[in-house]
Write a protein that binds this ligand. Structure first.
Ligand code: ATP
Length: 286
């Protein structure tokens, strides 16, 4: 079978939980190219996690409801493959690292998901080594996952997904339970993976990091895509984000306020990511 043109292709997707009166998702359309990272942002409770579960097949395979439209991952219709089959293609990293850990040692933890996929024993060892190296946990093989910090646990959860070699990695607020150090650790690891050409979907409220990390962004509200575009296109539309009760990275918020206060129409003179870095470098510690 020829490789599908898109890593993820979603068309006409609507979903309603059995006990709710309205659709959580209503006619969602987007696609993600191989090697691209898509960020999904939006106010609380607008269906971001529901959308993520439609991509890995948990909906409608495990979580029931009324679903319309189609979701393809690497050309595979998630309606048709079962969840076990989909887990070969879509890896999932959740909010709370501790809840994802079930094994006695770190190497067993990484081996666990591969075991479920039926990866042969002799192939597991190099994959474990490689995955732990990618998240900066080489040498930790025999330790207990519970002895790790929150940031390290989340990196371990990422390694467990990487070892399964999925087409797409979905991360649902992977840093929301972590302290600033843990958040930095995880985003540093993700940055490396992006450089390796991973395809990903990340849901996060951290707009600074989403802006720097993602190639494309969807803004979800009222079950629909309200905005879509590059981080630069999204985060320079500050007024629209405010209407949606969201905020932009500090640098574009500053610019917006300055323009309002002084009746100007100044624009960023550099790329958004560079502007974020410049602003961050302007802060010093005593
Ligand atoms: N299993 C379920 N059954 C019924 N309703 C649900 C279920 N799961 C979620 N919902 C409802 O669907 C809506 C969307 O929830 P979802 O978790 O997808 O939003 P979200 O944007 O990810 O929120 P958050 O930012 O808080 O994580 C909410 O109103 C939620 O209460």
């Amino acid at each position: 079978m020829p490789e599908a043109k898109k890593a993820i292709d979603v068309s006409g997707l609507s979903f309603q939980y059995p006990d709710t009166e309205e659709k959580v998702l209503n006619d969602i359309n987007f696609s993600v190219d191989y090697g691209e990272i898509l960020g999904i942002i939006g106010p609380t409770g607008v269906g971001k996690s529901t959308l993520a579960m439609c991509i890995n097949g948990l909906i409608p395979q495990v979580i029931e409801g009324e679903m319309e439209g189609e979701v393809f991952v690497k050309g595979l219709n998630v309606h048709e493959g079962n969840v076990a089959k989909m887990s070969e293609h879509v890896g999932f990293v959740f909010q709370e690292p501790e809840n994802q850990l079930s094994q006695m040692t770190i190497e067993e933890e990484v081996a666990f998901g591969m075991g479920n996929l039926g990866v042969p024993r002799q192939e597991m060892e190099p994959r474990i080594k490689d995955a732990l190296a990618q998240v900066g946990l080489s040498g930790f093989e025999k330790r207990s996952p519970l002895a790790l910090s929150g940031g390290q646990q989340q990196r371990l959860a990422i390694a467990s997904v990487l070892a399964m070699r999925p087409t797409v990695m979905i991360m649902d607020e992977p840093t929301s339970m972590l302290d600033p150090k843990g958040k930095n650790e995880v985003y540093d690891v993700l940055k490396n993976l992006k450089d390796y050409g991973m395809t990903g979907v990340i849901i996060d409220h951290e707009v600074e990091r989403i802006a720097a990390y993602c190639d494309k962004i969807l803004v979800l509200d009222e079950g629909q895509i309200q905005m879509s575009g590059t981080p630069n296109e999204i985060f320079t539309r500050v007024e629209r984000l405010h209407q949606l009760t969201l905020h932009a990275p500090q640098v574009t918020e500053f610019l917006f306020q300055y323009n309002q206060e002084f009746g100007q129409d100044l624009k960023l003179s550099t790329d958004l990511v560079e502007a974020i870095e410049i602003l961050e470098s302007a802060y010093v510690k005593d």
